[in-house]
Design a protein around this ligand. Structure first.
Ligand SMILES: *Cc1c(COP(=O)(O)O)cnc(C)c1O
Ligand code: SF4
Length: 395
């Protein structure tokens, strides 16, 4: 059984950096400046395994190493299997490429009309606005460009992306992503959101960001004002394990929701991180406590060097089955596989339907019992009655 979810069990405070003035600790610029980005930085605070040392030395050619002091505090430094540690400290597994793995696992390069825009679905686009993140997730789908360790040299041209959106009236939904859009300055975000708002056919703007999780200090009152001004803005954050739910994150989510930003969560199903029903249940309960609605649970994409982090998708199906009906419906994310090669997100669900015939749908409920919903034949649907008829019926 996983430790209970009451708030007193949530991480709080400055941990290893207790001596740093609160003003520095709470500054996002300080957090960025003091990120752990090298083997030596990590070894100052913890003993790495041989596997992790090898991974750290390799990282500069694959995906940079960076961990904010805030997020580093959430690692159990005495446990090589710590679920937070596995997400951000490189391992030797990153050096191996399995035959099914790819540099661009979901085929984004093939649906890129201009740099920075991925237009796969009819009515919405992904707008990549930076290649930088506050910390780097070792299983990142966009490792090919994020952090520029592979010399992709991503130079997002906001204007060409905006022009593409302006000239495509079918685009009603714009999803800012990257990298992490919230690493842009307030000035740039204000401009970008303002320009998007000016486009009459853009109905819906959302931001995909792990900043609230890696660098909650970035959620300042000034940033919230920008969201208020250009709202409605929706946000998808990325929390994978209950240990990432801290008082600081909860406070950041509260500020965002007070500014009118509804928040969803996108988790990635990761081996020995969250591929366990109890862990997932604790995570989604804590998300609801932070006013965050679990949105997607992703099967990990087939990015090169991720075999050691990818869970078996059959486990994902079983986890969803263990949740549905057993806990709050609001807390249950949609499990999806982003189809390799560019098919988009495909929902993967446990099967509750036993049989569909002309007479009935035969199904199983959450505890496995069978139920039958009979279908009504057209012949048994009464016609509308007109007023004089109704009077005779009612008399
Ligand atoms: C995930 C994604 C979207 C958004 O999909 P939703 O199901 O609407 O959240 C849009 N474009 C691309 C290319 C995506 O990968
Ligand atoms: S925050 Fe998102 S874009 Fe950045 S490294 Fe993690 S998964 Fe990749």
């Amino acid at each position: 059984m996983y430790p209970n979810d009451s708030l007193e069990n949530w991480h709080q405070g400055q941990g290893l950096w207790a001596d740093v003035p609160a003003e520095d600790w709470n500054s996002w610029k300080w957090q960025l400046k003091n990120r752990l980005t090298k083997l030596e930085h990590l070894e100052k605070y913890m003993k790495l395994t041989a596997d992790e040392r090898a991974g750290c030395l390799f990282a500069k050619d694959k995906l940079a190493l960076a961990i904010t002091p805030y997020f580093f505090n959430l690692i159990d430094r005495n446990d090589p299997n710590c679920p937070v540690r596995r997400q951000v400290i490189p391992r030797a597994g990153e050096m191996h490429t399995a035959p099914e793995e790819m540099l661009d696992p979901v085929g984004e390069e093939n649906t890129k009309p201009v740099d920075g825009i991925v237009h796969r679905y009819p009515d919405r686009v992904l707008f990549l606005v930076t290649d930088r993140c506050a910390s780097y997730c070792r299983y990142c789908t966009r490792s090919r460009l994020v952090s520029n360790a592979q010399d992709y040299n991503f130079h997002p041209e906001f204007e060409s992306g905006l022009e593409y959106i302006r000239s495509h009236p079918e685009i009603r939904d714009v999803l800012l992503s990257g990298g992490d859009p919230l690493l842009l300055s307030d000035r740039k975000l204000d401009h970008l959101l303002g320009e998007l708002r000016k486009i009459p056919h853009v109905e819906f703007i959302r931001i995909g960001s792990r900043i609230p999780v890696f660098l909650p200090q970035r959620i300042t009152p000034e940033l919230c004002e920008i969201f208020k001004k250009h709202g409605p803005i929706w946000m998808s954050i990325h929390v994978n394990h209950p240990n990432e739910c801290t008082h600081t994150l909860r406070n950041a989510c509260e500020q965002l929701t007070y500014a009118g930003v509804p928040i969803g969560n996108q988790s990635v199903l990761l081996r020995n991180v969250n591929d366990d029903a109890e862990v997932m249940k604790s995570l989604i309960h804590r998300l609801l406590m932070m006013r965050v609605r679990p949105y997607y649970l992703y099967q990990c994409d087939l990015i090169t060097g991720s075999a050691h982090l990818r869970a078996d998708p059959r486990k994902g199906i079983e986890i969803i089955r263990s949740l549905r009906g057993h806990t709050t419906g609001y807390s249950i994310p949609q499990f999806v596989i982003d189809a390799p090669g560019g098919g988009g997100k495909i929902p993967i669900n446990p099967d509750y339907i036993k049989e569909v015939t002309d007479e009935a749908i035969v199904m199983r409920n959450f505890s496995g019992d069978e139920y039958r919903y009979p279908l009504t034949s057209d012949a048994n649907i009464p016609n509308d009655v007109n007023a004089p008829e109704l009077e005779t019926i009612l008399m």
